[in-house]
Write a protein that binds this ligand. Structure first.
Ligand code: MTE
Ligand code: MO
Length: 214
């Protein structure tokens, strides 16, 4: 019997080859860009709970609260007045499709964190959508440099089905962590599993470790 976790070791070796823990991006032409068990698509599938809320920009508000020094409620103009951020990343959905090179525009989660200043005890974040969906993420994962609240994808405003007017993008985890129709970001001291996490999906959801089910 081996005394190490082979799956973990293999994934970490793949990270090392891809330079995942380095500051550069992996070479897009290499096969290891596709996480285990995924297949590449060029369309963009839509996944939701059977409801696609219509949320006009005029009535949209983003509440950021919980364990923070400076809770904030942003309307559309206040959100758009924050420094704008752009990043290109890959989508990995737990239903096994991956979509490369998504160009997202919006506001970095780091900008929101600076704005509200989480208290020292805040370690977890729960994202709430207008459809009642929730998902949980560790604060350190929410704060990774490629995470944002996106209002545009590949140069066009998000469509309703993909979460307009704004959604999360948390590219290093399965796409169910990327809450659409975002309405509230809640900072917590203790973890609180969200909609899929209490229904058999993995609490973290790292595609490179194939953390599909928990
Ligand atoms: N508010 C909300 N966000 C959500 C979901 C949802 O049902 N409601 N589904 C999640 C799942 S399971 C996936 S795979 C992605 C799908 O995003 P897309 O429809 O833009 O591809 O959104 C995630 N975010
Ligand atoms: Mo999903």
């Amino acid at each position: 019997m081996t005394d190490f976790n082979e799956k973990l070791t293999a994934a970490k070796q793949a990270w090392a080859r891809a330079g995942r823990l380095l500051t550069g991006k992996p070479d897009p032409d290499k096969a290891y860009r596709l996480p285990p068990g995924q297949r590449l698509v060029t369309n963009w599938p839509v996944l939701d709970l059977g409801v696609q809320p219509h949320v006009p920009k005029e009535s949209w508000r983003l509440e950021i609260d919980g364990l923070v020094e400076n809770p904030a409620t942003l309307d559309w103009d206040a959100f758009m007045a924050l420094p704008q951020f752009e990043d290109v990343s890959d989508i990995h959905c737990v239903t096994q499709w991956s979509r490369y090179d998504n160009r997202w525009q919006g506001v970095s989660t780091r900008t929101l964190i600076e704005l509200v200043r989480p208290l020292p005890d805040a370690d977890h974040v729960v994202l709430h959508g207008h459809d009642g969906y929730t998902t949980n993420v560790e604060l350190r994962h929410f704060a990774e440099e490629d995470c944002l609240i996106a209002h545009s994808h590949d140069g066009a405003p998000l469509t309703r089905e993909h979460g307009a007017p704004a959604r999360l993008v948390i590219p290093r985890y399965y796409f169910w962590k990327s809450a659409k129709w975002i309405k509230r970001i809640e900072f917590l001291a203790v973890d609180r599993p969200g909609f899929w996490e209490v229904r058999g999906y993995h609490n973290i959801g790292d595609p490179w470790l194939e953390e599909r089910y928990g």
